[in-house]
Write a protein that binds this ligand. Structure first.
Ligand code: NZQ
Ligand code: ZN
Length: 359
């Protein structure tokens, strides 16, 4: 096992009815900017519950953060933060709203000329404006990590940022929010979380027995609950397990002391920037081919995954590893996630060359 340091300061409030406890987590007298997306929270009641919980605070609002949070939109929120002298940010949404809020947390205290530098250089955020989150879509793990990915459509760029100043102070994980999530987003969430585990697990053996078992248990649980959540998003037991898996998949724990990969995400982000394909779907396009192309380096862990998670037994390591890639693609298909770029765009010629240059 490699040496590591581990610190995750985000406080999790998990379960039904936790939204009302937001008021105990935000400093008294805070001037809050509540941030959200395209309006789903106004239809499913989350907006009303949050507003009730914030009754004793001075609150401004900024809605309209799009999926793949857009830099130009966030710059309008930054103006409000400065003009109204906001002191605390509250993200109410999925990964896009939370990531957008992380960018604002950093940009609000940024001393340089142009906040785009935080992404283009990139600049690590040591201290950001304090913020909390109410997670409405289990998927990214952004609610308990310190990373964010921001899009700037005019430049066709999607860039990452992060730093120890960008952990949420708290995150509310109420699995009842899963009820209103459309099937497409549920499938995306399962695929994203599953691939987060793969990126941190599917490298080469390093005798990190506990990290391997953590990873395998998250993947096994996702495989078990996926059909239940998709068939009935109101199934609280399934939704709870789905939500906690997504958070645990990317809160830093399973990557400690082990090599990680993240090539699938790096290439996937470029596919989103070029074609607007949903984040999770880009991962399903890349993962099977990535594992075939890097088969020799990854076959030991592929075979371990096959045996322990997909229950594949065969004669040789090579055989099991190959069957594992087929099983993985089958899992994505079972969620109705397509795994070929040509199934998302007709205009895909030359994509590999473009991305190779960018990376
Ligand atoms: O905008 P609203 O109206 O809220 O609707 C959203 C959006 O249309 C909807 N939604 C969310 N919660 C809902 C709901 N609809 C009904 N009921 C609810 N309870 O779902 C749609 C997608 O939301 P989005 O936040 O974009 O999805 P997701 O959570 O998958 O986030 C994707 C973004 O996160 C980044 C991705 O690159 C992408 O930009 N990632 C962030 C990571 C991180 N910070 O650690 C890691 C990931 O690998 C990923 O890169
Ligand atoms: Zn992801």
């Amino acid at each position: 096992m490699n040496n590591f340091e581990f610190k995750n300061p985000t406080k999790i409030l998990f379960g039904k009815g936790q939204i009302e406890n937001i008021k105990n987590e935000i400093p008294k007298g805070a001037h809050i900017l509540m941030l959200y997306g395209g309006g789903s929270i106004k239809q499913n009641g989350i907006y009303d519950n949050v507003k009730i919980a914030l009754a004793d605070f001075k609150v401004e609002e900024f809605g309209g953060i799009p999926a793949n949070p857009e830099y130009d939109v966030l710059m309008n929120a930054l103006k409000i933060i400065k003009e109204k002298k906001i002191t605390f940010l509250l993200a109410v949404g999925g990964g896009s709203v939370i990531d957008g809020t992380k960018f604002l947390s950093s940009a609000a205290l940024y001393k340089g000329e142009d906040p785009w530098e935080i992404l283009s250089k990139p600049i690590r955020t040591e201290v950001g404006m304090p913020f909390g989150t109410v997670l409405t879509l289990p998927a990214t793990g952004s609610e308990m990590n310190s990373g964010a990915v921001i899009t700037r459509a005019s430049l066709k760029q999607k860039l990452g940022m992060g730093g120890p100043g960008l952990f949420p102070q708290f995150s509310i994980l109420d699995p009842t929010v899963v009820q209103s999530i459309p099937k497409r987003q549920l499938a995306n969430g399962i695929t994203d979380a599953f691939t987060h585990v793969l990126e941190q697990y599917l490298t080469y053996p390093i005798d990190a027995a506990l990290q391997d078992r953590f990873s395998e248990s998250i993947m096994q649980t996702l495989i078990e609950v996926a059909p239940k959540v998709i068939a009935n998003p109101s199934d609280y037991k399934a939704a709870s397990n789905f939500m906690w898996c997504c958070t645990m998949a990317l809160n830093g724990l399973i990557q400690k002391g082990v090599p990680t990969d993240w090539a699938i995400h790096a290439i996937g982000h470029e596919l989103t920037a070029l074609y607007g394909i949903d984040h999770a779907r880009t991962l399903a396009i890349i993962a099977p081919s990535h594992y075939m192309k890097n088969f020799e380096d990854k076959k030991e862990k592929l075979a371990q995954l096959g045996q322990r998670v997909f229950g594949i037994h065969s004669e040789t390591t090579d055989e099991i590893a190959k069957k594992t890639i087929v099983a993985l693609e089958g899992f994505f298909h079972s969620l109705d996630i397509k795994t070929k770029l040509s199934e998302y765009t007709e205009d895909y010629k030359g994509t590999a060359e473009i991305i190779e240059k960018l990376l």
